[in-house]
Design a protein around this ligand. Structure first.
Ligand code: HAM
Length: 431
């Protein structure tokens, strides 16, 4: 019986890992510069937490959640990070210890969606949540941070889209405006959208169905119906973004698929065509009412999350240089024992070392060293052991010399250090 990974859930093999690490490293470095600290919350939470925060009628909650019952509790694999992070913020009374909290997280999320390029059932997100600051300057700074992060990774061909959906007052006002607009057009909508006319007409604007797109074309714009305080916030955001001199597009049709959003919404999309229709790399927005909704004090908040698989599809390759490898080729059990000690010493000196202890012929081991593109090979044959030396082969320069056994590790470490080029950005050092 051979098993396969669950549909939509992927293995990430070691040869892909350097790119993952480079992306994760750049994310951590960038957001830490802006004052964010890492938080880790459980992958499983109570189902109700997601229902309450994201909204019962959203696709993510009503169709895509992996939930299960255990010991009479209904639990779910997290479909996103915000709900759990806010739950932790409230549970630990974080607001009582600091007025402004900046947290980031990285990890797997689960949504039972139809898998396709850039859309998976287990996928990784990196995200940030800023709690305690409601002003538009923090929204602008967060968007600027994202642009800086993408720039560091060399990801271009992007579009930053922003919109404002107002607070509860604006939303109620606008909901009514939309109900009045869609009601007489209900027959032209998709079945799915028709069900939403009365309950959640805002989501119709987000539909990808051509009938809904057509029917939404003339829909009134929420931006024209903002309550006064929301309008002020929106203008504040725009002037701060303009001050950064950053290109962005105001997209009045941008609505995001989760119910907790208020005021600012934003998305960063790839225009390169590399990821087809799933082109949203990053999505986020303000959620000023969620903390109170989950039992905390009224606390404004804003955040975003990025899909790491999608970013990897558009991230250019850097010249990845693995640290040089020293291969150790021992012949016979006594040489293997010495090889173990040698490998340990090399690693303590910072050299990547691998020992072939399978008892194979010298010829086979040298072939293996070649195929692994080892930079050095240390040969421990009978002749070397008899003289307490190690034959050190430089496989790049095609030179060889005998070195006293107790000096050999240091000799190799120094030789590699001398020949190493200084690391540069393109080599996966600093982003
Ligand atoms: P979201 O838009 O649902 O927002 O997801 C954010 C990002 O996660 C998307 O832009 C996309 O890159 C990635 N993503 C989502 N679903 C999938 C999938 N099935 N496969 C691959 N990648 C996917 C949120 O999750 C919010 N929690 C963001 C947020 C944080 N808002 C405020 N704070």
């Amino acid at each position: 019986m051979r098993f396969r990974a669950v549909k939509g859930m992927n293995d990430i093999l070691p040869d892909e890992m350097q790119r993952w690490h480079r992306l994760e490293r750049a994310f951590r470095r960038t957001v830490e510069l802006y004052g964010y600290q890492e938080v880790r919350v459980p992958i499983v939470e109570s189902t109700d937490l997601f229902v309450r925060s994201m909204g019962e009628s959203t696709d993510v909650v009503s169709k895509e959640m992996y939930s299960f019952d255990r010991h009479s509790e209904s639990l779910a694999l997290r479909p996103e990070g915000t709900a759990g992070v806010v739950r932790a913020y409230v549970e630990h009374s974080t607001h009582a210890h600091e007025p402004v909290t900046r947290w980031y997280y990285l990890g797997p999320m689960f949504r039972a969606e139809r898998p396709q390029r850039g859309r998976y059932r287990q996928f990784y997100q990196a995200g940030c949540e800023l709690l305690g600051d409601g002003g538009p300057a923090s929204d602008a700074e967060m968007i600027e941070m994202l642009c800086e992060f993408l720039r560091r990774l060399g990801i271009g061909e992007l579009e930053v889209r922003v919109n404002c959906m107002g607070g509860p007052e604006t939303r109620e006002r606008y909901r009514q405006v939309l109900v009045d607009y869609f009601r007489p057009r209900a027959a032209a909508l998709s079945g799915h959208a028709r069900e939403r006319v009365e309950r959640n007409p805002l989501r119709i604007l987000d539909s990808k169905d051509p009938r809904d797109i057509e029917a939404s074309r003339e829909a009134p714009r929420l931006l024209d119906h903002l309550a006064e305080s929301d309008r002020e916030h929106w203008l504040g955001l725009r002037s701060a973004l303009d001050a950064f001199g950053m290109p962005y597009v105001v997209d009045p049709l941008l609505v995001r698929g989760l119910d907790y959003y208020t005021r600012t919404l934003f998305e960063v999309c790839s225009t390169s065509g590399a990821i087809g229709s799933q082109n949203a790399l990053i999505g986020g927005g303000r959620y000023d009412t969620l903390v109170a909704q989950l039992g905390g004090p009224a606390t404004p908040a804003i955040g975003f999350a990025m899909g790491l698989e999608r970013l990897l599809l558009v991230m250019p390759d850097a010249v990845e240089v693995a640290p040089p490898l020293c291969f150790i080729a021992p012949v016979g059990p006594q040489a293997v024992r010495f090889g173990l000690l040698l490998a340990r010493e090399l690693r303590s000196l910072g050299v990547r070392a691998e020992l072939d202890a399978r008892g194979r012929s010298m010829k086979a081991m040298l072939r293996r060293a070649d195929s692994m593109r080892a930079r050095m090979c240390m040969v421990l044959g009978d002749a070397e052991l008899a003289r307490s030396v190690v034959a050190v082969k430089d496989l790049e320069r095609h030179t060889q010399q005998d070195v006293a056994a107790d000096q050999a590790a240091r000799f190799v470490a120094e030789l590699l250090e001398r020949s190493e080029d200084p690391p540069t950005d393109a080599q996966g050092g600093r982003p």
